[in-house]
Design a protein around this ligand. Sequence first.
Ligand code: DLZ
Length: 155
Amino acid sequence: MKAGMPHLNTTINASSLKIGVVTALWNSEITHSLRDGVIQRLKELKVSESNIILYEVDGSFELPLAAQHIIEKYQVDVVIPIGCLIKGSTLHFEYISEAVSQGIMQVGLQTKTPVLFGVLTCLNEDQARARAIGPGNHGPSWAETAVKQALSYKS
Ligand code: DLZ
């Protein structure tokens, strides 16, 4: 477990939850590894495969609308949008990072449904790989946060 990450009791039963996972396809080696880490941990926490709604979009910029869409269409209890932005030599990274983080926050507040920030914003590919591939994979901790958020707000 990482420093600062609260521990979630593995005996917790999240089987009542329906969870949306939206994955951006830009930097897909990274985002698919994060997604796999999320799904594996959700299953360990007893979320059934049929209650995990998977969705894909082209890039991180498309994540907020997709999150809103699956909240409205599938009445999920929480959404985990997954993306990976890697800084290039133009201002594109700054514009997309800002728009995506604001957009994701807005969707959560407007729909009153928890929406996580599963978007890596990295200066280079090495930083992204360290956070997505192998033991540093952030996916499992996002799954735990999602379950905690969903159980907190589910009526
Ligand atoms: C265009 C673009 C660029 C340059 N970089 C990334 C990136 O690092 N990560 C990512 O998820 N998406 C990137 N995109 C695509 C945008 O998010 C978006 O899909 C396009 O601008 C079309 O709206």
